[in-house]
Design a protein around this ligand. Structure first.
Ligand SMILES: Cc1cc2nc3c(=O)[nH]c(=O)nc-3n(C[C@H](O)[C@H](O)[C@H](O)COP(=O)(O)OP(=O)(O)OC[C@H]3O[C@@H](n4cnc5c(N)ncnc54)[C@H](O)[C@@H]3O)c2cc1C
Length: 455
């Protein structure tokens, strides 16, 4: 049977840009192959759960393969933790099925609503990057439907170049059908965690340096603060709890209540919910919820890893214009000059970020188009203020480039080709591998075209 293509408006999590695509929803590998064969002259791209922020998963005048129905778990070995599953399986599903059996995904982002295919394509990192690296560090084999229609199993020994180009390959090397991932054994559905209130950026780095014993670390900061209070925030660190740990009241409960109260009953489409004033009020309240000093508690795992999942569609709170996330990584610098300058410029423009998250990465690095480098990463969410915001981000890119840093492509919607090429010096090698497997440009994306990853 030929493929039924349905016209849909698609967007990433930032709801900018919005693109119309003809979409297929195959529910078996054979329907997926059929869809690839039925694409006509159009290029195609996989679309997972749409939790990338910008245009990495979009293609104007192209065809989208929605992977949501390719969601079967195929095999699991409880001795080793190896799970083989289709690419449309979501992390939420893995957690639901395997947490009660004592296993957890090896790496999770700040939402559980991503597919394993999306996790591989952006080679995602989590709060445990300094210990466990990225998603690709825990994948042993990938089954890929390539541009020619051939299915290739690749791993670190067989077709290793294709394997590494696909890890963090932004969906441009082919359609991932399935993969083998090693789940992490855990003894509890809770997290043994500490929150530490930090008063400025130097204190963040001091606490981070003193947190090497914790498998998971991350910090929220109030990026509207300037001067001596620049970098004020709350450092969170934790580890999977012991088997006998019981849940306690933690500051996370207050955070969830705060997030929900901001969303509650407000007109999501009005462009009013997240403006400069509410963003400021939110940041102040978030800081005050946390007790001064260090506070230890046994917290709910979902609240620790995925606090924003408590509010459905919170991305609509920025209104119809959408929002952009700007995530950078820069190498270590004892004076943290770029971080300071970025925060200074953001607060000077008054374009406060609702969420600002900072974390020190570990030394694991993949090369190719994978984002993490040894150093520190900062993620900022901005309402889409239009040209003023784009101009600000261009100037921040220049600072980041100068410091040897980079922008996370999985969250990008506007980086220039010129800056990209300096940020990701291995792009040409990556492209040579991709072009070998897809010489006619079957797989394309808006981001790929903008950055010169495809023609
Ligand atoms: C609240 C929130 C918090 C986040 N926190 C983090 C974080 O801490 N760390 C981090 O690294 N990321 C984070 N992210 C980003 C998110 O983890 C990634 O963008 C992830 O790739 C999204 O997966 P998805 O299934 O939604 O994929 P989509 O967004 O739909 O697609 C992403 C890319 O994957 C490709 N793709 C999807 N499926 C396949 C397939 N089967 N074969 C080939 N290519 C495929 C698409 O073509 C596209 O290029 C966060 C996102 C949100 C919304």
């Amino acid at each position: 049977m030929s493929t039924n293509w349905v016209n849909k408006k698609l967007a990433g999590w930032g709801r900018y840009p919005v693109v119309e695509m003809l979409c297929a929803r195959p529910q078996s590998p054979s329907e997926l192959r059929q869809a690839l064969a039925d694409r006509g002259a159009d290029s195609v791209l996989a679309f997972g759960l749409g939790r990338s922020y910008g245009d990495v998963g979009l293609l104007r005048h192209g065809k989208a393969i929605l992977t949501e129905r390719l969601d079967r778990m195929l095999a699991f070995d409880p001795e080793s933790g190896w799970l083989r599953c289709e690419a449309g399986v979501g992390l939420a599903e893995i957690i639901k099925v395997f947490l009660p059996r004592g296993f957890f995904p090896p790496v999770v982002p700040g939402t559980q609503f991503v597919t394993v295919g999306g996790a591989l394509a952006n080679n995602i990192h989590g709060k445990n990057h300094h210990v466990d690296g990225c998603w690709g560090d825990h994948v042993r084999r990938v089954e890929l439907l390539t541009a020619s229609g051939e299915i290739v199993f690749c791993d670190k020994d067989h077709e290793p170049e294709l394997f590494w180009a696909t890890v963090g390959g932004l969906g441009l090397t082919g359609l991932v059908l399935s993969m083998e991932i090693r789940l992490t054994p855990v003894h509890s559905p809770h997290i043994d965690m500490e929150t530490v209130r930090v008063n400025h950026l130097d204190e963040f780095f001091e606490v981070s340096a003193a947190s090497a014993d914790f498998t998971h670390t991350v910090s929220w900061i109030d990026c509207a603060k300037r001067g001596l209070k620049m970098g004020r925030g709350v450092f969170m660190r934790g580890r999977h709890a012991a088997a006998d740990a019981t849940l306690e009241k933690s500051p996370l409960t207050g955070v969830l209540d705060l997030v929900k109260s901001f969303a509650d009953g407000r007109p999501f489409e009005s462009n009013l919910l997240l403006n400069k004033l509410t963003i400021k009020a939110f940041n102040e309240a978030y800081f005050r919820i946390h007790p001064a000093g260090t506070h230890r508690s046994i917290a709910d795992l979902h609240g620790f890893f995925f606090p924003l999942d408590a509010v459905d569609n919170w991305n609509y709170a920025y209104g119809s214009r959408g929002f952009l996330q700007y995530q950078i990584a820069v190498p270590h610098d004892p004076e943290h000059r770029v971080m300071r300058e970025v925060l200074r410029r953001v607060s000077d423009t008054g374009m406060a970020s609702f969420l600002a998250v900072i974390k020190e990465f570990g030394d694991q690095q993949h090369g190719g188009l994978s984002f993490p480098i040894p150093g520190v990463t900062l993620a900022l969410d901005f309402p889409n203020y239009g040209p003023a915001l784009f101009a600000l981000l261009d100037t921040l890119d220049a600072l980041v480039v100068e410091a040897g840093g980079r922008v996370y492509l999985g969250k990008d919607a506007r980086l220039s080709r010129q800056h990209f090429r300096i940020m990701y010096p291995e792009w040409e090698r990556w492209r040579a591998v991709r072009d070998r497997w897809d010489p006619n440009g079957v797989f394309k994306s808006e981001l790929g075209k903008r950055l010169g990853l495809v023609d």
